[in-house]
Write a protein that binds this ligand. Structure first.
Ligand code: HEC
Ligand code: HEC
Ligand code: HEC
Ligand code: HEC
Ligand code: HEC
Length: 441
C-alpha cells in the first residue's frame, strides 16, 4: 500500500499508471491511499495535477509541485542541436510537424503582418488606425513575448506558438475565454534559470525525469484562450464557443491531433496528412422540371466540431455556378434569390451560389474591417451536421454548368487594400453537361 501526500495534505484522485498496461488506472482515495497490483513490481508512476511525475513505491510519496512562474527565464529553442534541452533533438517527428504548422508561423503570416504592421491609408490597415490594439494580437500570435511588448519578437523559432510555451502551461487563470486572451489566461511554470527543469504534458505514465502531468492537455479548454477572442469589441474568434454549443463527443485534440504512432500525437494542426477527415460535403445535379431544367445543390458539414468555416472572422467559403453555352461562354442568368454579390466572389456580376461566412456589413459595399465601428454582424455558416439545399432554374441556351467552391482567408476588398493576392483553396470544381431532355447527370 502507498500514500500520496502534498504540502496541503493527502492527494485524492492522483493517478497510478504503468506504460506497459495502458488500460489499468488506479486512483488514490480520499486519504491519498492506493493499492498496487502484485505485478509488475516496478514502472508504476504517480501523476498528480501540477506536480512532477514520481515513481510509486511502498510508503509515502511526496511529488514536487511544478515551480511558480519565472518570467525572466529564457524560452528553450526547439531547434535540434542548439542546446542539450532542444526539444527537436529528441522529439524529431513532433518538431518537423510543428515546424510546418501554422502555430510555428503564427506571427509571420502575410495576412497577419499586413494587419499588424503600421503604415497604409485604407480602412483595412489596423496597425495604422489602432496601434494600441496590437498588444492583444501578440498575446495569442506571439505568446512568448513580454506582456508589455507591442512589437513582434523577431522571426526565430520562438516568435510564434512554440513547444516550450505550450508545454509550460500548468493551468488556466480566472479570466473568461474570449475576454482574456492567450498568454494572459494561461498559468505558466517556467523554473528559475538554475531551478529544476520541467515540461508539462498529457502522459501520466512517463518514466522520464522532470516531466509533469496535466489533464488539461486532453481538453478543449487548453485551446480556448487562443481560439476564442473578442477583439476591439467584435467576436473575431468563436471556435471554442461553437464547439461548446455543438456538445459533441470529441475534443479539439481528437480531431486535430490524431494519433501518430505509439505515445505520439500529430502536431501539424493543419492541412495535409494530419488534417481531420471531415469538412464541406457537396452534392449536385441537373434535373428536368416543368419550367425547364434546373440545378439542385446540397451542401453539408460533416465531422466538423464547430461552425464551417471557423477561425478568423475573415475566413469564408464561397461557391458559385457558371452557366455555359455550347462554346463554353458564360450566359448571364436573370437575378433572383440565391445570388451572391460581387464583393464576395470578386467576379464582375452577382452569381448564383452560396456564401458561408461571418462578417460585419455597413451598407451595400460588403464586409467592413472587424474593428470599424457600426455595421451589422452576420453569420451564414453551416452548423455541425447541418445540410442546406438550394436550386436554380437554368436560363435558355445552357449546354453545361460549372460549380466551383473556394475556401478563402480574406475578402477581396482587404486583399486589394494591401495589394496582396492569395491562392484560395479549391474545395470543389466540376462541370456537368446538360443532355437533351434536360435529364442532367
Ligand atoms: C534529451 C532528449 C529530450 C529533450 C531534449 C526533450 N525531451 Fe521531452 N521527452 C523525452 C523523453 C524520452 C520523454 C518520455 C516519453 C515517454 O514517456 O513516452 C519525453 C517526454 C516529454 C513530454 C511528455 C510529458 C508528459 O508527462 O506528458 C513532453 C510534453 C515533452 N517531452 C516535451 C518536451 C519539450 C517541449 C522539450 C523542449 C523544451 C523537450 N521535451 C525536450 C526526451 C526529451
Ligand atoms: C497560444 C495560443 C494558441 C494555443 C494554445 C493554440 N493555438 Fe491554434 N493557433 C493559434 C494561432 C495564433 C493560429 C494562427 C496561425 C496562423 O494562421 O498564422 C493558430 C492556428 C491553428 C490551426 C490552423 C488553422 C488553419 O489555418 O488551418 C489549428 C487547426 C489550430 N490552431 C488548432 C489548435 C488546437 C486544436 C489547439 C489546442 C490543442 C490550439 N490550436 C492551441 C494560437 C493558439
Ligand atoms: C469532430 C472533429 C472536430 C472537432 C471536435 C474540432 N474540429 Fe476544428 N476542424 C475540423 C475539420 C474537419 C476542419 C476543416 C473544415 C474545413 O474544411 O474548413 C476544422 C477546421 C478548424 C480550423 C481551421 C479553420 C480554417 O479556416 O481552415 C481551426 C482553427 C479549428 N478547426 C480549430 C478547432 C478547435 C480550437 C477545436 C476545439 C474547440 C476544434 N477545432 C474542434 C474538425 C474538428
Ligand atoms: C499549441 C500547443 C502545443 C505546441 C506548440 C506543441 N505542443 Fe506538444 N502537445 C500539445 C498537446 C495539446 C498535447 C496532447 C495531445 C493529446 O494527447 O491529445 C501534446 C503532446 C505532446 C507530447 C506527448 C506525446 C504525444 O505526442 O502525445 C510531446 C512529447 C510533445 N507534445 C512535444 C512537443 C514538441 C517537441 C513541440 C514542438 C516541436 C510541441 N510539443 C509543440 C500541445 C502543443
Ligand atoms: C484570442 C487570441 C487571438 C487574438 C487576441 C488575435 N488573434 Fe489572430 N488568430 C488567432 C487564431 C487562433 C487564429 C487562427 C484561426 C484561423 O485559423 O482562422 C488567428 C488568425 C489570424 C489571421 C489569419 C492568419 C492567416 O494567415 O490566415 C489574421 C490575419 C489575424 N489572426 C490577425 C490578428 C490581428 C491583427 C490581431 C490583433 C488585432 C489578432 N489576430 C488578435 C488568435 C488571436
Amino acid at each position: 500500500m502507498g500514500r500520496v501526500l502534498t504540502a496541503h495534505g493527502p492527494a485524492a484522485d492522483a493517478l497510478i499508471t504503468h506504460q506497459e498496461f495502458p488500460g489499468r488506472v488506479i486512483t488514490t482515495n480520499a486519504s491519498g491511499e492506493y493499492q498496487l497490483p502484485a505485478t509488475p513490481k516496478s514502472g508504476w508512476m504517480v501523476a498528480l495535477e501540477k506536480h512532477y511525475l514520481t515513481h510509486a513505491r511502498p510508503g509515502t510519496v511526496r511529488p514536487d509541485p511544478v515551480p511558480p512562474d519565472h518570467p525572466e527565464t529564457p524560452w528553450i529553442d526547439p531547434t535540434p542541436g542548439t542546446s542539450p534541452r532542444a526539444c527537436g533533438s529528441c522529439h524529431q517527428q513532433a518538431y518537423l510537424q510543428w515546424r510546418g504548422s501554422p502555430h510555428h508561423l503564427s506571427s509571420q503570416s502575410v495576412l497577419f503582418s499586413a494587419l499588424f504592421s503600421p503604415g497604409g491609408q485604407t480602412a483595412w490597415h489596423l496597425g495604422e488606425n489602432y496601434p494600441e490594439a496590437t498588444a492583444s494580437c501578440v498575446s495569442c500570435h506571439a505568446p512568448g513575448g513580454s506582456a508589455l511588448e507591442t512589437d513582434l519578437p523577431g522571426e526565430g523559432p520562438l516568435s510564434g506558438v512554440h513547444c516550450d510555451f505550450c508545454h509550460k502551461i500548468s493551468g488556466l487563470g480566472s479570466g473568461a475565454p474570449g475576454l482574456t486572451h492567450g498568454r494572459d489566461l494561461f498559468n505558466l511554470a517556467r523554473p528559475a534559470a538554475d531551478g529544476r527543469p520541467v515540461v508539462i504534458g498529457p502522459l501520466p505514465d512517463s518514466t522520464r525525469q522532470n516531466v509533469a502531468y496535466s489533464r488539461l492537455f486532453k481538453q478543449s479548454r487548453f485551446c480556448a484562450p487562443c481560439h476564442e477572442g473578442t477583439v476591439l469589441g467584435t467576436k473575431v474568434y468563436t471556435t471554442f464557443s461553437e464547439w461548446t454549443a455543438w456538445n459533441g463527443p470529441q475534443n479539439c485534440q481528437d480531431c486535430h491531433m490524431p494519433n501518430d504512432g505509439p505515445r505520439r500525437h500529430h502536431h501539424a494542426m493543419g492541412p495535409g496528412l494530419s488534417a481531420p477527415p471531415g469538412g464541406l460535403h457537396v452534392t449536385w445535379s441537373l434535373q428536368p422540371s416543368p419550367a425547364g431544367p434546373k440545378v439542385r445543390l446540397a451542401i453539408g458539414s460533416q465531422q466538423v466540431g464547430h461552425a464551417l468555416p471557423t477561425g478568423h472572422i475573415d475566413r469564408h467559403i464561397v461557391g458559385w455556378l457558371e452557366f455555359l453555352d455550347p462554346d463554353g461562354k458564360p450566359i448571364l442568368a436573370p437575378l433572383g434569390p440565391g445570388f451572391i454579390p460581387s464583393w464576395a466572389t470578386g467576379l464582375p456580376n452577382p452569381a448564383p451560389g452560396f456564401l458561408l461566412a461571418r462578417w460585419r456589413q455597413n451598407g451595400p459595399e460588403g464586409p467592413v474591417p472587424f474593428w470599424s465601428p457600426g455595421g451589422e454582424y452576420k453569420d451564414s455558416r453551416l452548423l455541425p451536421g447541418q445540410t442546406r439545399e438550394m436550386e436554380w432554374q437554368l436560363p435558355p441556351g445552357v449546354a453545361s454548368v460549372r460549380l466551383r467552391v473556394e475556401h478563402r482567408k480574406a475578402w477581396p476588398a482587404m486583399l486589394r487594400a494591401h495589394q496582396l493576392s492569395l491562392t484560395p483553396t479549391v474545395l470543389f470544381d466540376e462541370t456537368k453537361p446538360l443532355f437533351s431532355g434536360a435529364s442532367g447527370r
